[in-house]
Design a protein around this ligand. Structure first.
Ligand code: FES
Length: 164
């Protein structure tokens, strides 16, 4: 067992877990943050995506101890971060996914939203191909990709005032 000092969703937290546990295991089974999904558990599906220092990372392949000293954001932290930054209502990416019906079973949605959020933070005007590339590590088993890409474009349009 090891005591980890993690900063998750803006809060510094001490959490005890086996030294070999992944960040995904610590988030889900020690911290109760089950928004990050345990899909393939081997880096193929992207369901476990979290942001580490704003970059999308696969938490199933990240040893939790290596996340110490970094800012971790899970889907649960997206709205609070939006509100802390002075935003109102839901995070625009989450709202766009909702408005576009960009989910079927919902399992991939947290990872998709976090990857989309990271893309829009880094590239304020991505093309459809850039959106596809940014989300290529997030698999949707229901194959609802069209609405997902449309949701990212809608979030982008809301942010810029452009036509979606
Ligand atoms: Fe991490 Fe599938 S659960 S990539």
């Amino acid at each position: 067992m090891r005591v980890l000092n993690l900063t998750v969703n803006g809060d510094a937290t001490e959490v005890a877990a086996p030294a070999h546990w992944t960040l995904l295991e610590v988030l889900r089974y020690r911290m109760g943050l089950t928004g990050s999904k345990q899909g393939c558990d081997k880096g193929d599906c992207g369901a476990c995506t979290v942001l580490i220092d704003g970059e999308p990372q696969l938490s199933c392949l990240t040893v939790a101890a290596l996340a110490e000293g970094h800012e971790i954001t899970t889907i649960e932290g997206l709205l609070p971060a939006h509100l802390r930054a002075g935003g109102e209502g839901p995070d625009p990416v989450q709202e766009a996914f909702d408005r576009c019906g960009a989910l079927q079973c919902g399992f991939c949605q947290p990872g998709m939203i976090l990857s989309a959020r990271a893309l829009l933070s880094e590239n304020p005007a991505p093309t459809r191909d850039e959106i596809k590339a940014a989300l290529s590590g997030n698999l949707c088993r229901c194959t609802g990709y069209t609405q997902i890409y449309q949701a990212v474009e809608l979030a982008l349009a809301e942010a810029t005032g452009a036509e979606p």
